[in-house]
Design a protein around this ligand. Structure first.
Ligand SMILES: Cc1cc2nc3c(=O)[nH]c(=O)nc-3n(C[C@H](O)[C@H](O)[C@H](O)COP(=O)(O)OP(=O)(O)OC[C@H]3O[C@@H](n4cnc5c(N)ncnc54)[C@H](O)[C@@H]3O)c2cc1C
Length: 404
């Protein structure tokens, strides 16, 4: 599965940071993690930190899947409004999901603190109404979020204009958000794991998987055998191939990054990420070296060649959309790229065992706009499942919620 087009900024900026070996002989371990993206890295780190014997197997180079294409805004704000989530799953569960995402940003900050220079930066998040007709829903959304302890302020159009240079009829300013270099974080986590004795292999593709009551057996496409007590499938959008049931639809998302801008140009955007209520939404955030990362213009294209051809025209469209909202910003893309992105119908991820493979195989499908935040939550969830402990999100974030 070709997950990205053009050169994702993180891969250009960082190159291949660490050398990991290929798997060259049969392997036995307690838990095998399939996929060395940000989900596999966070989950393997959590498991190893709690005493489990973990091995990670990645078919490409580490972090080279959709992680390298991610714009990595870390938000508590799920693509589905809290008001809609509450209607679908009840107010307690809707609020639980939102609060867990807010907690996950703190947890990601904690993980980042233990790593060198992964560009983790706290920021605010501004969610503006794309048109006046969206104001009533956003006000209702703001009131419900406040009621559940999420810290935010409502900003009127004149405040948006004066504080951000943004032309929009109103919006929600939340305190809780962050951003990170996701590729660097995955590389650093797995390099640390390797230094601490875990086995991390790249350029090794898992071809087949067979789970029994007691163990899981994998075969690589070179015919090597991996036996483990548990497998965790962190294969990103490719994970769908292991389950017959259709769980998400693939979309393409487009992004570009500018060269570093002067502080005067960035102004409040240096410390505030911005997104909007229209779908697909335009979004924007800064990097530690003063660039702006802009993304959006998602479409339903699932063919890499067609997606690749659109990268330049989509970047032009994004530049235009930014100019329409922020008159002072005439952005020039330094790099533009696209990536595959999977969306579930309710915006929630899938973590845990699926009946098709039984309890020894945990899936970590961090689908949706909050993929990285979900992966952080998934790390705790998957560990709880393997250790047979309760977890407050075990039902809502698992395949069981489909039964409601
Ligand atoms: C353009 C774009 C923008 C995004 N923006 C955001 C954002 O702002 N905020 C956010 O939170 N999320 C965002 N996301 C989503 C986020 O990037 C994903 O949720 C995240 O990268 C998923 O990580 P992952 O490790 O699950 O998947 P991946 O990074 O794709 O890793 C899965 C890995 O599994 C490997 N693999 C697959 N099959 C096998 C096999 N059989 N054997 C061995 N290895 C295998 C793949 O090679 C791959 O490296 C964005 C995504 C895109 C594309």
């Amino acid at each position: 599965m070709d997950l990205k087009s053009g050169y994702p900024f993180w891969a250009i900026r960082n190159g291949l940071m660490h050398a990991f070996p290929r798997l060259e002989r049969d392997l036995r371990c307690e838990i095998v993690v399939i996929g060395g993206g940000i989900s596999g890295a966070l989950i393997a780190d959590e498991l190893a930190a709690h005493g489990h014997d973990v091995a990670v197997i990645e078919q490409r180079d580490i972090g080279w899947g959709s992680t390298a294409a991610s714009t990595a805004l870390l938000q508590y704000e799920i693509d589905t409004h809290l008001i809609d989530l509450c209607k679908q799953y009840g107010e307690a569960d809707g609020a639980l999901a939102y609060r867990a995402c807010a907690q996950a940003i703190d947890d990601l900050g904690e993980v980042a603190r233990g790593l060198r220079d992964v560009d983790f930066r706290r920021s605010a998040s501004l969610y503006y109404a794309s048109k006046p007709g969206h104001i009533p829903v956003l006000r209702e959304e703001a009131a419900l979020r406040s009621r559940h302890g999420l810290r935010l302020r409502w900003l009127e159009a004149d405040a948006l204009e004066s504080d951000y240079g943004l032309r929009a009829p109103g919006g929600i300013l939340s305190e809780c958000a962050a951003s990170v270099d996701p590729y660097r974080m995955a590389q650093r986590l797995l390099a640390r794991l390797q230094r601490n004795g875990a086995q991390v292999f790249d350029r090794t593709k898992v071809a087949t998987m067979r789970a029994t009551q007691r163990s899981v057996e994998l075969r690589t496409d070179d015919g090597l055998r991996v036996r483990a007590e548990h497998a965790v499938i962190c294969a990103g959008y490719a994970a769908q191939k292991w389950i017959d049931q259709r769980l998400a639809r693939n979309r393409s998302s487009y992004a570009f990054v500018t060269d570093p801008l002067h502080k005067d140009e960035l102004q409040a955007l240096d410390t505030t990420m911005v997104w909007e209520s229209a779908r697909p939404y335009l979004y924007m955030r800064s990097t530690g070296d003063g660039r702006l990362v802009v993304g959006g213009c998602d479409d339903a294209i699932d063919l890499p060649a067609r997606r690749d051809r659109r990268v330049e025209s989509k970047a032009r469209e994004l530049v235009k959309k930014v100019g329409q909202r922020f008159a002072r910003l005439q952005l020039k893309p330094a790099f533009a790229w696209a990536g595959t992105f999977a969306e579930t119908s309710d915006g929630l991820p899938w973590f845990g065992p699926h009946e098709q493979h039984g309890p020894r195989v945990q899936f970590a499908m961090a689908y949706g706009g909050n993929g990285i935040t979900y992966s952080m939550i998934g790390a705790g969830l998957v560990r709880a499942r393997i250790e047979r402990r309760q977890h407050s999100l075990a039902r809502l974030f698992s395949f069981e919620r489909g039964e409601r």
